[in-house]
Design a protein around this ligand. Structure first.
Ligand code: GRF
Length: 198
């Protein structure tokens, strides 16, 4: 069994796209793969309800509960690791998970930790990628699926999708155009990786 654990913080549209692809493409039958759990660090994440509606197991690990800890990031990541490791996942999929992860976490899942970032990396790591692409006068923008390494939005690139930046674009219109492509490339990369596993 290849377990996939998906981490979200917000709308969860990438998670939904992956779950729908898994259904449509019969990942369970073809790859012995399933989304074992969707974990959010935010109680208000709309993606949690969407995951539950899809019949997926969900879990909340609220990062604010760790803020008073002497090492809040380490404490949160350690709780997150414990929750994830219950499933012995083949793949840990960051899908709009808006947390910077500690090196200990990244190293623990090295080689099976994936992220999607809404820019054509290595351009525009970090936040506000769409506005930055517009401000820089880019004619093209896009998204990148990559392996996660200890450096933020770095790591081997597995797939990219390109969209045009149109003259009247706002960050929102560009983000929406990029997101439609994210929903295509993230499930595609996962299916490819799952098909290679024994
Ligand atoms: C996506 O653009 C993702 O690349 C970025 O945050 C957004 C999350 O969207 N990191 P969703 O939660 O998958 O709808």
């Amino acid at each position: 069994m290849q377990n996939i654990v998906v981490l979200i913080s917000g709308g969860g549209s990438n998670m939904v796209a992956i779950a729908q692809a898994a259904e449509r493409e019969q990942w369970q039958a073809r790859f012995d793969a399933r989304i074992a759990c969707v974990i959010s660090n935010r109680a208000q994440a709309a993606g949690l309800a969407k995951a539950a509606d899809l019949g997926l197991t969900t879990q909340l690990i609220d990062h604010t509960l760790y803020q008073k800890h002497s090492h809040p990031r380490e404490a949160f990541d350690s709780a997150l690791m414990q929750a994830i490791d219950v499933y012995q996942p083949s793949w840990v999929v960051l899908a709009g998970f808006m947390r910077i992860l500690t090196p200990g976490f990244v190293v623990h899942y090295q080689g099976r930790l994936l992220n999607i970032h809404p820019s054509l990396l290595p351009a525009f790591p970090g936040l506000h990628t769409h506005q930055r692409a517009i401000d820089a006068g880019c004619r093209f923008a896009g998204a990148t699926v990559h392996q996660v390494t200890v450096d933020l939005d770095d790591g081997p690139i597995l797939a990219q999708a390109v969209v045009p930046v149109l003259p009247d674009d706002s960050a929102d219109t560009l983000a929406a155009r990029v997101l439609t492509q994210e929903h295509l490339i993230y499930p595609r990369v996962l299916a490819q990786l799952l098909s290679r596993q024994p």
